[in-house]
Design a protein. Sequence first.
Length: 235
Amino acid sequence: MARILFVEDEAEVLGTLKKYFERQGHIVHGARTGEDALEIVDKFQPDVAVLDVMLQEGPAGPDGMNGFEICSALRDQGFHRPILFLTARTSEEDKIVGFDAGADNYVTKPFSLPVLEKRIEAMLKRVGGARYLYHYGDIKVELGPNDMAIHHPDGDEPLSKREAALLKFFIENKGLILSRDTLLERVWGYRAGVATRTVDTHVLTVRKKLRDNAQEPQFIRTLHGVGYQFIGEEN
């Protein structure tokens, strides 16, 4: 699962992109203007940005930022994740301008949604995969291959690899009741029936780092004698 930003002025095309990629399990943000795109990147830090070049049909009209300008602005503000152009502009000159602006790939319209998805996956593999950044109110949970932490407004709570794996499994199985045996098998690789309190100990630690109240949980609910349930509502 990746967090993807699509910047596209045509509402119908944007809707198609969002519908397809959300159905594949991705978190999708859509923007029709450069200003909205920059705001989304600043707030959500997507794993990849997919930009149209010509945005004249968006709310900003022909006076708004074009895709090349958005790309340059993203790089200037420190966005280092992959950027792909998805556009009807097919000339060699346009492609050179796009790469000079900081793009990593260039796809021309018309396009295949499955092929576009594979291109995005390939770009993410080259940078170590999706960062797995989740937002819960003013709390950010980062579960990437190198950065594992819970970011609170007043400070960060670093996570061990096992704590991050446990929290990631909870998030990916939101709403499901997960028994201790299931967690031991899927997160630790142990066989079912092993007598250990390691699950409860790790859940307690993750809950503390989330600053979750066990009596009135916002993230991890304990179902005594049954297991645990992740109930966090992402932004």
